[in-house]
Design a protein around this ligand. Sequence first.
Ligand SMILES: *Cc1c(COP(=O)(O)O)cnc(C)c1O
Length: 359
Amino acid sequence: MTLRTATAVIDLHALSNNYRLIQSLSPDAKVLAVLKANGYGHGLERIANALPDADAFGVARLDEALALRSAGIEKPIVLLEGFFAKEDIETLALNNLETIVHNEQQLDAIMNAELTKPLKVWLKIDTGMHRLGINPEQLPYFYRALSQSNNVEKPIVLMSHLASADEKNNAATPKQMALFDELTANFRLEKSLANSAGVLLWPQSHYQWIRPGLLLYGVSPLPSDIKVAGIAPVMTLQSSLISVREITAGEAVGYSGAWISEKNTTIGVVAIGYGDGYPRHAPNGTPVMINGRRVPLIGRVSMDMISVDLGQQSQDQVGDIATLWGKGLAVEEVAAFATTIPYELLCNITRRVHIQLAN
Ligand SMILES: *Cc1c(COP(=O)(O)O)cnc(C)c1O
C-alpha cells in the first residue's frame, strides 16, 4: 500500500504556454515575471528556471532575490517593495539587484550610500492606490535626485500599480492610467503599470514593461463571469482517500460534529488539511474532484484531513486520488467558496506538501 499524501503537481509546460499567451497579449512589452511568495507557492527557483524568455523577475523580499542568485539565475531581479534596511544596499549592488524606490527614506539611503557599483532603480509613483509610491508632486524632485546620483544607474524606470484593474467597469483604472500618462509624458524612460489584470483588460496600461504574476500560473484575476481563454493551471493540488466508511442518516462527521448527514451515505477522508494550506474556512459544499466527479466537502477542515460526502452509490476506494484544485477544478472556484482569493490559496501551500513535476 502506497498512498499519495498532499502533492502539488507542477506543470511547467502550462507555465510556458501561459507565458506565451501573455506575450501575445502585449507583443511589444518586456515581461517582468512576478515570483514573490515562493513563486505564488509554485517554487521560486523552479519557476524562474522554467521562464527562460522572461526579461526580468520581480520579488518582494531580499531573501527571495538572493535565493534566485544562489540558484544561478542571472536575469535582472527587481525588489518590488525596494529594500528595507540601508545596510542592504551594498548587497543589492553586489548581487546586481534592482530596486523600487517608493519613499524618501529609500532615496536618502541611496544618495548617501558608498557603493562599489551603481544601482538600477524603478521609481514608483502613487497614482491612486495609496499604498506605496511617491506623491505625484514629488516626481520632479525624486527624478532629479536620482538622475544626479552616481549611485544610480541610468536610465531609471517609472512605474505605478493599479488598484482595481480586475474590475472592467471601475473608473479608477482609467483615472490611474490618465494620471500616470500625464505625469510621465515628458520623460523618455521605460514605464510600467500593468499587473495580470492590466495585461488582460487594459492594453493602454502595458507600456514597456508588463508585470504579470497570477496569470503566469494559469489563474485568472478576473471575476468568474469573464472567461480567460488559453491559460492552464500550473499547480494541481492532490491527495488521496485514506478512509471510506458508511454512515447512517443523523450521524455527525468531524470536529464538533459540525456536519450531520441527512441520509445514509458514504464518507471519504482525504489526507489534506490546513497544515498543507487547504483553507480551514472552506465551508460545506466546497467541491473536491474524485474519480472525475465533484463531491462536496463536509464538516470542519482539520489540520491533516478533510471529509467529503461520496454519496450512496460510491465506488471510490482508499487510495483513489482527490484533486483539491488545479486541472479539472479551478482554484478560483475553490477560493470563492472559501471567501478568499486564489492568490492566498496558492501561496499558502506549506512545506510538507510534496512537489511533483507533471510529465
Ligand atoms: C504582485 C505584483 C504584481 C503582480 O500582480 P498579479 O495580480 O499577480 O499579476 C505586479 N506588480 C507589483 C508591484 C506587484 O507587487
